[in-house]
Design a protein around this ligand. Structure first.
Ligand SMILES: [Cu+2]
Length: 118
């Protein structure tokens, strides 16, 4: 190994290490929603958790983390957000058991499902 490649290998190890730490921190913050609450982040034209399973009575909050406006619209018409700009949120409480598909009315290829199960 040349001195240059040793330095590169060391830098790569630091990068891998910090990526691991960031992933761990992200999973800790993500794993602690309030009881009766769930969150779906919108980012890069995607509902980041496309299928979310919750108990009846859970309030799901969508947050638009994208720099593009999006909406959250139930396929069965049971809920419909206004246009969400960056950082805007929309919440809906799922009282009934069932599968609730939804989409973004501006970009209909963006879809997700909330599965409500007792
Ligand atoms: Cu959209």
């Amino acid at each position: 190994m040349t001195r240059g490649s040793k330095i590169l290998a060391f830098q790569a190890a630091i990068l891998v290490g910090s990526a691991f730490v960031m992933t761990t921190v992200a999973s800790i913050t993500k794993a602690a929603p309030l009881p009766g609450a769930a969150a779906v982040r919108i980012d890069n034209f995607t509902f980041k958790d496309p299928v979310v399973k919750v108990k009846p009575g859970t309030t799901v909050t969508w947050t638009n983390g994208d720099d593009i406006p999006h909406t959250v619209v139930a396929k069965d018409g049971s809920f419909k957000s206004k246009v969400l700009d960056t950082g805007d949120r929309f919440s809906f409480t799922f009282a009934k058991v069932g599968q609730f598909g939804y989409f973004c009315s501006i970009h209909p290829h963006m879809t997700g499902t909330i599965v409500v199960k007792a």
